[in-house]
Design a protein around this ligand. Sequence first.
Ligand code: IMP
Ligand code: MG
Length: 172
Amino acid sequence: MVEKELVIAGQDIRKRVEELGRQISAESLPNLLVVAILKGAFVFAADLVRAISIPLEVDFIRVASYGAKSCSSGEIRLSKDLETSVDGKNVLLVEDIIDTGQTIAWLKEHLRGRGAASIRTCTLIDKQERRGQEVVIDYYGFQLQKGFLVGYGLDYAEQYRHLPDIYHLKDC
Ligand code: IMP
Ligand code: MG
């Protein structure tokens, strides 16, 4: 068993998600399309959409990345595409954690070419130490410097996604 330490309790996540939902709703964006990035964002997105009070659509996208994540040569490709057209939509990309920034930067670029009216990003965790490129994060839940986190959708080797709290995994 790998040792883990509680970093963000489920009740604190709940409060923050409620605030994000209010903040997003206050923008009153028409044609809002919430795009959850699989797999990690599925728990966050499920809670977030229920905290948003304006009409919205939901879809899912999944990317696969190859090569070392810390290395800029890490190649990204779509492994599951959207089923909804983004044409004319105000897209809100929902991510579990932004680390180097590579995934979100790639997705924004990819969706821009498809005629979205706007693309905003919302991440539960903004992890800053390894950020390789500047990315605009419109909404974030928590900012952390570093560490490998699991729980609330975040995994290590596909484990821990179901935990209601977020933990720092040691020796990882
Ligand atoms: P980026 O392209 O480096 O920003 O990577 C973002 C993706 O890496 C996230 O969607 C996660 O799947 C994964 N990731 C980065 N840091 C962590 C972590 O601390 N725990 C679990 N997954 C992570
Ligand atoms: Mg992910």
